[in-house]
Design a protein around this ligand. Structure first.
Ligand code: ZN
Length: 222
């Protein structure tokens, strides 16, 4: 290989790297333009996606529904969504997935159990055991974080079913904490309002270290 060829191959490598770098930046710009093209301006509630902390909609207090509202298709459709504003419930498949992530010891200490699908319209909460327990909690509207949150051990939730009939549910442990979490949403409160602040944690902090900070934290796990 002549000196000229070495020089040329080095130049080719440099130009290739510059080409890749330029196109990577272009790709980022393209992705930004593409996103702005399809989602040009903020949409308005009600949303089909889960809003994130900072969105004023999460601070609104839910209004009570009257009997006529309950029959509307819109409300019946809400039963199929998570974190709806006017109803409060546990989702069996969601709670089952979370439940299986924990060891039997943790499940026992946190009084965890799989929670059946529940719908409460105009729910009201009554504390039936004022003892407080403090366990880690996360929220779909505070994605990527968790913190210890003190909650009452046992509560009674009453309200109307999706068909408009009175229903009640006496719960303790994990289910009671979920009910309090969801009831807080209806009042425009988030767990960050009452969390033990020093325990606020990024759920992938260790991955950040393992990758030297070169990590893309997806907004959605899907
Ligand atoms: Zn939440």
């Amino acid at each position: 290989m002549t000196i000229l060829n070495v020089y040329r191959s080095k130049s080719a490598l440099v130009y290739t790297l510059i080409f890749i770098k330029r196109h990577l930046i272009t790709f980022r710009k393209f992705r930004q333009l593409y996103t702005e093209f399809w989602f040009p301006s903020p949409s308005r509630p009600p949303y089909n996606h889960i809003c994130q902390i900072g969105d004023p909609v999460l601070r609104y207090k839910a209004e009570e529904l009257n009997a006529e509202d309950i029959k509307k298709n819109e409300i019946q459709g809400v039963r199929k969504r998570i974190s709806a504003l006017t109803v409060s419930f546990g989702y069996r498949d969601v709670t089952e997935k979370i439940y299986e992530e924990f060891s039997p010891e943790i499940r026992k200490s946190r009084e965890m159990a799989i929670i059946p699908f529940k719908v409460f319209i105009n729910p009201e909460l009554k504390i039936t055991n004022y003892e407080k327990v403090c366990f880690p909690e996360a929220c779909e509207s505070v994605r990527g974080f968790s913190a210890d949150v003190p909650r009452y051990r046992e509560v009674l939730v009453t309200g109307l079913s999706a068909e408009g009939k009175p229903v009640s549910w006496q719960v303790s442990g994990w289910a009671a904490r979920i009910v309090q979490h969801e009831m807080d949403h209806l009042s425009g409160r988030l767990y960050t309002d009452i969390m033990v602040r020093s325990t606020f944690t990024c759920t992938c902090w260790d991955k950040v270290n393992r990758t030297g900070g070169r990590i893309y934290v997806p907004f959605s796990p899907k």
